[in-house]
Design a protein around this ligand. Structure first.
Ligand SMILES: C[S@@+](CC[C@H](N)C(=O)[O-])C[C@H]1O[C@@H](n2cnc3c(N)ncnc32)[C@H](O)[C@@H]1O
Length: 461
């Protein structure tokens, strides 16, 4: 997955570039992030930015039946309260329901859980509410559902039953996810749990899922929700937070809001994701990764890249402070824990004309060649091997030879070949880097030799 944050100016160009690189078919969403109102704007206040989301392979997500959901605000508090009550009352669900109703009532008007107060019933799975039992859009199946006590059929809803067959309906009744009323004069009740139980989620037939009817298949109304493409979060709060981390100083303009990132990471990445931000700036991505891990016990890791000289003093420093805690007295914020390594990049290995920059030294060049050949670390020969000089890697199939001398032109010929010793285990393929090659193609093919020219200018010798 890749998430790219950008404002109005370049959005249209970015989308075309992304289509070209990742493929139109991998477009997921163009999120709109509403950040500010610019009251001084003459025409429109463009206070929003975008986050463009592409998958490496949307097909793979489809094949894996990936569904992204987030907790509905307030749901967690209700679950906590239910757990508390369940500890006291056990399976006396009625008593739990009475107390839960009082709890909802006592919540402040603006509390997000207040909106979920329809979840006032309780069973062994937790709080639930009544949900429509009819086929979305109408024209659903009609069959007799016999009331358990009276032995008479319940009325079929106008739009037909939500379950395609009587067997499916019976399964839900047996599970306790559909319950009868007092008698057969009304259709049974279908439960929607605040945190849906598995059988509740996969119950819907494919046909029903196609129907766009917001009175029925509404994840909106259960404890999980799908994320809309519109996010509202004022820019100011991330600016304030960054100042707080840096003892009131303004160290960076335009930091991303790490809470929005936390939400996105938790929404769209697995709890063990590796998250790369190659334009790290104030380090908000690392902050968000640590915070997300704290919220869901995840083990996400991060890689940040920053090219400016503040990589150490701002980017890395923020991560250090967030890990170990910052602020003093009653403004102290506890650390989120964790650790990281800090690296700077060395001298460039290639000159602008793609030849080797030999001033970096033989060791560095050897190391680079091992890396670019993809030799895994266990097969690398890190130091000079007097038995087989120039050897940089060896496994049971392949030997890699880097025949390089800083001050002379090297030549792959029979003399050099005879100097190589592999004992009895001569690998099938020998990859040899040199400046020149005097062996014929036929000879090399016969002996499994592959010649690779060292990319350097040898006219100076
Ligand atoms: C808009 S800022 C990112 C803000 C960041 N997400 C935050 O919340 O603070 C872009 C950052 O990318 C860095 N940058 C730009 N091009 C880069 C490159 N090629 N390699 C590494 N960093 C780069 C800039 O120096 C700048 O700090």
């Amino acid at each position: 997955m890749i998430f790219v944050s950008i404002d109005d100016n370049e959005m249209h160009n970015l989308r075309q570039i992304m289509d070209e690189i990742f493929g139109e078919q991998n477009f997921i969403a163009q999120l709109i992030w509403d950040k500010t109102r610019k009251n001084d704007a003459k025409l429109f206040s463009a206070g929003h930015e975008y986050i463009l989301v592409y998958a490496k392979s949307l097909l793979l997500l489809r094949e894996q039946n990936t569904v992204w959901r987030e907790e509905k605000p307030g749901a967690k508090e209700i679950i906590q309260e239910w757990r508390r009550l369940a500890k006291i009352h056990g399976d006396s669900y009625h008593e739990i329901e009475v107390e839960l109703a009082l709890w909802y009532k006592a919540l402040p008007q603006k509390h997000p859980a207040k909106k979920l107060s329809r979840y006032r019933h309780v069973d062994k799975w937790g709080p639930w509410r009544d949900r429509d039992i009819s086929w979305p859009g109408g024209g659903g199946p009609r069959y007799d559902v016999i009331h358990g006590k009276t032995g008479l059929p319940c009325p079929v809803p106008e739009r037909g039953w939500i379950y395609a067959t009587l067997e499916q309906m019976q399964k839900q009744i047996n599970l306790g996810l559909v319950v009868f009323r007092e008698d057969h004069t009304e259709p049974p009740i279908r439960k929607a749990h605040l945190f849906p139980v598995a059988e509740e989620l996969d119950e819907i037939s494919d046909d029903a899922e196609e129907v766009d009817d917001d009175t029925t298949l509404d994840d909106e109304n259960v404890g999980l929700q799908v994320m809309p493409t519109y996010i509202y979060k004022q820019a100011q709060s991330s600016v304030k937070l960054l100042r707080q981390i840096f003892d009131g100083k303004k160290v960076f303009a335009n930091p991303k809001d790490h809470e929005v990132l936390v939400r996105l990471f938790r929404y769209a990445s697995p709890p063990d994701a590796l998250i790369l931000d190659s334009f790290a700036g104030s380090g908000s991505t690392a902050h968000a990764v640590l915070e997300a891990n704290k919220l869901d016990n995840g083990t996400r890791r991060f890689i940040l890249i920053e090219m400016m000289d503040y990589a150490e003093t701002i980017t890395a420093e923020r991560v250090r402070r967030v890990m170990s805690g910052y602020g003093k007295g009653n403004k102290a914020v506890a650390g989120l824990g964790g650790s990281f390594d800090y690296y700077t990049i060395g001298e460039q290995i290639f000159n602008d004309n793609d030849t080797l920059n030999e001033t970096v030294g033989t060791e560095t060049i050897r190391h680079y060649i091992s890396y670019s050949e993809g030799i895994s670390s266990e097969y690398r020969i890190a130091s000079w091997n007097t038995y087989t000089p120039y050897l940089i890697g060896l496994n049971s199939d392949t030997a890699w030879i880097f025949y390089y001398e800083p001050e002379e032109v090297t030549c792959l010929d029979l003399d050099f070949l005879s100097s190589l010793k592999f004992g009895t285990n001569k690998p099938a393929t020998v990859i040899i880097y040199a400046d020149k090659c005097l062996l014929t193609k036929e000879f090399m093919a016969k002996h499994g030799i592959i010649f690779k020219k060292i990319p350097r200018d040898i006219t100076r010798f």
